[in-house]
Design a protein around this ligand. Structure first.
Ligand SMILES: Cc1cc2nc3c(=O)[nH]c(=O)nc-3n(C[C@H](O)[C@H](O)[C@H](O)COP(=O)(O)OP(=O)(O)OC[C@H]3O[C@@H](n4cnc5c(N)ncnc54)[C@H](O)[C@@H]3O)c2cc1C
Length: 393
């Protein structure tokens, strides 16, 4: 039988990433004393994840990226934080979170447990020489592994792969990028903007092998060999896999929450079961999976209002994605490609202004590189919002 939900039961937030902590802060701005609890699989350190791909450029080690530890955050936010505690299930009928055999009662539950890195087949990702970097602990291990080595092979030429390529070059490493796509940041940038970023990274000394995939990684003493599917073999010291992220949905699906690519929510961030919400990288909000900071901040503000008694649907305007490749900065609002839409581009060197217009001339998205990124705000104002209270793009 379902237990009665008392007012004393806390709002429980699972995850201490930007989503979890932003929500807790926003709740505290509205209500200083509502019982709050955070459960996190990691050490609960507060840090800005985007800084992971600028560590060398900004001269910050993993420890230096920590803004506050869990103890300080618990005090600041007047909430209990259970660190190094992995949630193993949810029982929404009983309003319980499961941690092994332990059951913990919640009044409302917020899933802010992020996304998993996509693993390549075992012949590649199974090698101990391959690192993925999706949190501070991964980053700490990666920096240790780098040690005095010089040669880094990056698998993946997406946003994060390009950011790491630029950052590692700034740190003085030899960087080789391998990806099956024919351009960098496929799906995010039109070819003209992608080629500007690639050219700028090449001018910095990054080597690209595009249109090929890594088939196997073998450790050879201290060195590592990456075998490509065109028969070539690359020698390096450290391999980083940056081939993408996938929202964590398994525990939600096991508890019969509706999931698709992410955990499905409406604009109140409410999942398909009562009193359970999803936020940040794990959430799919009315069909949109946007694994970026701006959407999660807007969602956290709206959800804090909802959880403190003022139901508030999230609104997402056009939110430019900024790519931290200092050799060629990028700002992009990726359009939903329509049948009659076309890219119109101007390019001068590595400075690109590409706009995507519908058949009627409406601006649906854009990609700016180099000097042209200063036009970001002006163009963003013209692009239709992603989510308004009543209309979805
Ligand atoms: C290298 C890099 C650079 C980026 N740069 C940018 C950028 O420049 N701009 C931008 O907008 N976005 C950027 N992003 C994306 C952005 O950082 C993420 O969208 C955001 O940090 C996600 O926050 P989150 O709280 O949803 O997830 P996470 O930060 O992943 O937090 C998930 C939390 O859940 C916990 N957890 C997971 N499973 C469990 C469990 N079963 N039980 C308990 N706890 C659990 C984890 O321990 C963690 O505390 C970048 C991402 C990366 C990886």
């Amino acid at each position: 039988m379902a237990e009665a939900v008392t007012d004393q039961a806390p709002v429980v937030i699972i995850g201490s990433g930007l989503a979890g902590y932003t929500l807790a802060r926003e709740i505290r701005k509205r209500d200083a004393s509502q019982p709050l609890m955070m459960i996190t699989a990691d050490d609960g350190a507060s840090y800005s994840k985007p800084m992971l791909s600028t560590g060398f450029t900004k001269g910050k080690t993993a420890d230096e990226l920590v803004q506050a530890d869990a103890g300080a955050m618990a005090e600041q936010l007047n909430m209990e934080i259970r660190t190094h505690t992995r949630v193993t299930g949810i029982d929404p009928g009983a309003h319980n979170v499961l941690i092994g055999d332990e059951r913990l009662h919640y009044r409302q539950l917020v899933l802010a447990w992020g996304a998993d890195v996509i693993r390549l087949p075992d012949a590649v990702s199974g090698s101990l020489a391959v690192s993925s970097i999706n949190d501070l602990e991964d980053y700490r291990r990666f920096r240790q592994r780098l040690g005095g080595h010089r040669r880094v092979i990056l698998l993946g030429a997406g946003l994060i792969g390009c950011e790491y390529a630029n950052d590692l070059r700034n740190g003085g490493y030899d960087v080789t990028v391998v990806a099956p796509s024919e351009q960098v940041m496929p799906g995010l940038l039109p070819e003209v903007a992608a080629s500007a970023v690639q050219a700028a990274l090449e001018a910095e000394g990054v080597t690209f092998h595009l249109g090929v995939a890594a088939e196997a990684v073998r450790e050879e003493g201290e060195a590592v060999q990456v075998h490509l599917n065109d028969g070539a073999m690359l020698q390096g010291d450290v391999v980083v896999s940056a081939v993408g992220l996938r929202p964590r949905t398994r525990l939600a699906a096991d508890a019969s929450l509706a999931v698709n690519q992410g955990i499905l929510t409406d604009r109140l961030m409410a999942t398909s079961v009562p009193d359970v919400y999803a936020l940040g990288d794990c959430a799919e909000v009315e069909g949109h999976v946007l694994m970026y900071v701006m959407p999660l901040m807007a969602s956290a503000r709206a959800l804090a209002a909802t959880l403190t008694g003022e139901p508030t649907p999230v609104q997402w305007g056009a939110m430019p994605v900024v790519v931290k490749t200092p050799c060629c900065p990028v700002a992009v609002v990726p359009p939903e490609l329509t049948e009659d839409g076309v890219w119109e581009a101007e390019r001068e060197g590595n400075n690109v202004r590409a706009v995507y217009r519908s058949g009627t001339g409406a601006l649906l998205g854009f990609a700016l590189t180099g000097d042209r990124v200063i036009e970001k705000q002006a163009l963003a104002r013209e692009v239709p919002p992603v989510l308004t209270p009543s209309v979805a793009r």
